[in-house]
Design a protein around this ligand. Sequence first.
Ligand code: NAD
Ligand code: MG
Length: 399
Amino acid sequence: MTGKNITILGATGTIGINTLDVISRHPKKYQVFALTANTNVEKLYQQCLATQPRYAVMVDNDAAEQLSAKLIKQGLETTVLSGVEGLETVASHDDTDYVMAAIVGAAGLLPNLAAAKAGKRVLLANKESLVMSGKLFMDTIHQHGAELLPIDSEHNAILQCMPKASNKSSIEKILLTASGGPFRTWQSEQLSSVTPEQAVAHPNWEMGKKISVDSATMMNKGLEIIEACWLFDVPEEMIQVVIHPQSVIHSMVSYNDGSVLAQLGNPDMRTPIAYSLAYPERISSGVNALDIFAVAHLDFEKPDFGHFPCLRLAYDAHRQGGNATIGLNAANEIAVEAFLQKQILFTEIPILIENVLQDIVSGTPDTLDDILIQDKVSREHSKLWLANNTKNNQRQLSS
Ligand code: NAD
Ligand code: MG
C-alpha cells in the first residue's frame, strides 16, 4: 500500500464518521491506520470491521477489553490499546502520516500535542485544545515541523481565501460567519425555556451534542474567534463575526485593495475534511456542488452580544490571556454538560462561565502542567458554582 496512513482520533463522532466517508472514496490515496473512541465499543467494532486498521484505541479499559475480544473472534489482527497513552501512541506513531484530531473537548489536548510533537500533518477539528493551549500548541507545531490544517468549516474557508502569494499585511479583516443557531430569532426572555432537545437540533449542520449546544449559545463562535487568532496569527480586533443564517458562505477575508474573498458550499463537513486531506490539491468529497439558484439570496447581520453573551465572554477571555481562555473552555464544558443533564437553564450557561472567569488572573501559562492545573481549578470552580446554585433542586426544569 502506498497511500497516506491516517489516524482518526474520535472516529465514532460526527467528524470521525465524515472522515471515514471521504477516505473510503480514495482507497489508493488513504488507508485507515488507527481509530479511537471513548466508550462506544459497538460503533468502533463496526468501523474496525469495515476498515481493518492496524490499531484501535478505546480510552476506557473495560471497553478496550471488550473490543479486543470481539475483534479476535472475527480473526482481525488489529491491536487494541487503551487510555490516554493509547491515544498518544497512535497519534505519534512513526507509521502515521496524518492525524485527524476529532475528539470533543479538553480530552483532545494531549493526543493532539503528541501528534504535533511527532511532526505530523494535524487536521484540527478539536478547537478546544487550541483555545486551551494556543501559544504552546502553535510553538509545538512550528518547532517540530508539523503541519496544521483546520477542519472547522470557517477556518478551512479562511485558509482557502488566503492565496499563498498575498502577504499577511494586506489582510484587513477576517469575516467569521455564523448561522446564529436555532434561537437567533427568539426573544431574549424566551431563552430560559430552551430544552436540550431544542438546543441540539441545529438548523443547518449535523453535529455532536456539545458543539450543537455551543452553536446555540454561540460559544462555538466564541471558541472559533480564539481559534482563528491562533491559526492565522491575528489580534481579535481583526475578527468580525457575521451572522449569516443560510450557512452557505463559510467565511471571508477582506483585503486592503477592497477585495473580499469568500468560500461557498453546501454545509457538509466532508468539504473541509477533503480539502485538508489533499491539501494543496483537491479531491472529490461526495458533497454536491452548490446550487446557487436554489440559494437565491444571502443574508448578513451583526451579532447581538446581549442575546449571545458567550460571544462577549470569549472576546474578553482572549484579551485577558491563556489562563482566561482555559477557564472559558473548562467552565463551558461543565456548563454544557449540566444543561444537557437538565441541572441548569440554557441562560445559566454564560452566568456560570462569567462567574468562573471573574476569579482568573490575567496571563498565559508557559507549560503544559500549568495549563492542566488551570483547567482543573476552573472545573472545580464550575462544579462548586453548580453545587451552590442547584442545591435543594429549587428549580423545576422542563423534562
Ligand atoms: P462527537 O460528540 O460526535 O464525537 C466526539 C468523539 O470524541 C467520539 O468519537 C468520542 O468517542 C470521542 N471522545 C469523547 N470524549 C472523549 C474522551 N474523554 N477521550 C477520548 N475520546 C473522547 O463530536 P463531533 O461533532 O464529531 O466534534 C468533534 C470535535 O470537532 C469537537 O471539538 C468539535 O468542536 C469539532 N468540530 C465539529 C464539527 C461538526 O460539524 N461536528 C465542526 C467543526 C468542528
Ligand atoms: Mg465551525
